[in-house]
Design a protein around this ligand. Structure first.
Ligand SMILES: [Zn+2]
Length: 316
């Protein structure tokens, strides 16, 4: 009963934080400001010296290449805020995240393993897949995990789209997931982990936060359990955000989805290290409830507590 009350209180905190965040003005990341300045400067340069179009075009192309490369960084924090580690106040926690589901074969088995270990996780669901398997999404939520937004279509061109197209797709997924679970996702992760420069303006005012990762197993392309496990657990420590996939999992030599072969060993390793596997919202709640965050919390400004809790090295 107490747990249920705590959970409801935590959700109220999160909703209040999201509301406060929704009204916050968008502040472009430095790399986006520099890119905008370069584009603006190109116009008078070409007017003053039309013959300089070659170097100007080269500079703009180099700029877009640089933004593209920055978007490939874990979480792409250089071109917008991204949670790539849990706040330090989430002591002893490791966030598990599963992308690209729900999958009718793999997701139920992932849920069974998590349940066996008493572990919690965040599932970054693709909107159109969630619409195909709503009962599965409801089951994820009913098991105590969080359902988060991983776009509606997970298309390869997502990162290159203009902000209104990105926003439209995220809103579409948000509506589907909210209608199924009754809870609006708090986090989004860009498809393929690639965030373009227009994701940040697309998120402005939505209250959604981009979640990156600390370590990923590359389990959609690698079917060797020991390799995937090593990628996830080498230098494992409190605050890590681990990324796996319950959708599109690579297969082991015996044809088993590799995530199912890795997950028990991963949870054993987490437990042996004295850590606890949690969902992202659960970890953020814990960080908000920590004494360091309590010191700055006031009833009128719950987002200040979240921000203080997030003031982590990994939150860029
Ligand atoms: Zn994905």
């Amino acid at each position: 009963m107490t747990t249920q009350r705590n959970r409801e209180a935590a959700l109220r905190h999160q909703d209040a934080a999201r509301g406060a965040h929704r009204g916050a003005p968008w502040r472009p990341a430095p790399a986006l400001l520099a890119s905008a300045a370069l584009h603006v400067a190109a116009v008078p340069t070409l007017i003053a010296a039309p013959g300089a179009w070659g170097p100007v075009l080269a500079a703009l192309a180099a700029n877009h290449l640089a933004l593209g490369l920055l978007g490939l960084a874990p979480g792409g924090g250089w071109i917008g805020p991204s949670l790539t580690r849990l706040p330090p106040a989430a002591t002893g926690m490791v966030a598990l995240t599963f992308d690209d589901g729900p999958d009718p074969e793999v997701t139920p088995r992932v849920l069974e393993i998590l349940d066996r270990y008493g572990a919690r996780a965040s599932f970054f669901c693709i909107g159109h897949r969630a619409a195909l398997y709503p009962d599965l999404v409801r089951r994820i939520a009913a098991c105590g995990h969080s359902v988060e937004n991983h776009s509606h279509w997970h298309g390869g061109a997502f990162a290159a789209r203009p902000p209104w197209r990105i926003r439209r797709e995220l809103v579409q997924a948000q509506a589907v997931l909210t209608a199924i679970t009754g809870r609006a996702p708090h986090f989004i992760r860009a498809p393929f982990g690639i965030r373009g420069p227009m994701l940040d303006p697309a998120l402005a005012g939505t209250g959604l936060r981009h979640a990156g990762w600390t370590r990923r197993g590359r389990d959609t392309v690698c079917g060797v359990p020991a390799t995937v496990l090593a990628r996830l657990t080498s230098a494992l420590r409190s605050g890590d955000i681990l990324m796996l996939h319950d959708g599109g999992s690579a297969r082991t030599a015996t044809g088993e989805p590799v995530v199912l072969a890795v997950l028990p060993a991963l949870l054993d390793t987490i437990r042996a290290a004295g850590l606890r596997a949690t969902s992202l919202p659960e970890a953020m709640d814990a960080a908000m409830d920590a004494p360091s965050a309590q010191a700055v919390r006031s009833p009128a400004a719950p987002s200040a507590a979240w921000a203080a809790a997030s003031r982590a090295t990994g939150t860029r």
